[in-house]
Design a protein around this ligand. Structure first.
Ligand SMILES: Nc1ncnc2c1ncn2[C@@H]1O[C@H](COP(=O)(O)OP(=O)(O)OP(=O)(O)O)[C@@H](O)[C@H]1O
Length: 281
């Protein structure tokens, strides 16, 4: 592992230099999409109309206080929730269609593995749902098991695995259909800090190996800054996007980054944004 010395991480770039770069193609477009739920206490605006573009191959983190609509946004991107107005498109398609074609990988906080199925058969499950042959994908499933560091555990049942291992199975499962877009809702929320950091490094490795466009919902400021190219800061009542902060650190990012002063400066910046103190250039 060729860890970068901490001093090699670049300083924060001036905004102007980033804006002149050519723009990569966009995978996900959310255009003025909002969501109001009818509740016993009347209409509840989970998301005011919001707009967001996610570039192909990029890693975007969504962060914000509880109830600001992060999961609702992710569920709209997954086609599991319909916006009341506006549009959500992934590569020009409706998310539901995209999901049915196996182009969308989804892993949520509760790994929700089938307890009676082995690691191998849990990872294979989405293929069966999509009507694809598991036999034809045996090599691929073994590759994924290796990618998430679970070689040797193919036949284990979820109950025989640690929390972190179960999360890795869920991530492998979300990748088995070769999705072009990966949606992760607090996948490491239940893990302790040390395991979480290990999983952050692993997720970066998996993402870098496959360049799958990834959207991660997290409550962890350091997790967001470590992993993302862009952090979308949201605020509640009503749920909305407050600010989008670019994360300029070189990749691969190594655990040393967690203790770098520039890293802490960006975490502070994000914390201020979460508290509604907008950034002024
Ligand atoms: N199906 C639903 N019916 C009614 N209200 C809902 C529904 N789903 C979400 N909400 C409400 O919408 C708001 C946004 O919820 P959402 O789960 O998207 O927030 P969140 O930012 O992901 O929260 P957390 O960080 O706590 O997971 C919350 O007030 C929630 O109670």
């Amino acid at each position: 592992m060729n860890a970068l010395p901490a001093r090699d991480y670049p300083a924060l770039e001036p905004v102007d230099s980033r804006e002149t770069r050519p723009q990569p193609p966009v995978d996900l477009i959310i255009d003025q999409a909002g969501k109001t739920f009818e509740t016993a206490r009347g209409p509840m605006v989970a998301l005011a109309p919001i707009s967001l573009k996610v570039a192909k191959g990029s890693f975007v983190a969504l962060i914000g206080p509880s109830g600001c609509g992060k999961s609702t946004l992710l569920r709209m991107a997954a086609g599991l929730e319909q916006p009341d107005n506006g549009a959500v498109l992934i590569r020009g398609k409706h998310p539901e269609q995209f999901r049915r074609e196996g182009e969308l990988g989804i892993a949520f906080q509760d790994a929700a593995l089938l307890p009676w199925r082995s690691v191998f058969r849990n990872i294979a499950f989405p293929l069966q749902i999509l009507g694809r042959s598991v036999k034809a994908h045996t090599d691929k499933i073994h590759e994924l098991i290796e990618l998430v560091g679970l070689k040797g555990h193919e036949d284990s049942l979820p109950g025989q695995l640690s929390g972190g291992m179960r999360q890795r199975v869920a991530i492998a499962r979300s990748l088995v259909s070769d999705p072009s877009v990966l949606l992760l809702d607090e996948p490491f929320g239940a893990l302790d800090q040390i395991l979480r950091r290990t999983m952050n490094v692993e997720l970066q490795r998996i993402w870098a190996a496959r360049q799958t466009t990834t959207i991660l919902v997290t409550h962890g400021i350091d997790e967001a800054v470590f992993l993302a190219d862009e952090v979308v800061v949201m605020q509640a009542k009503p749920g909305r996007i407050a600010e989008i902060i670019k994360i300029p650190f070189a990749r691969p990012r190594t655990p040393e980054l967690f203790s770098h002063p520039h890293f802490h400066a960006l975490c502070d910046r994000l914390m201020a944004s979460l508290h509604g103190e907008g950034h002024t250039e």
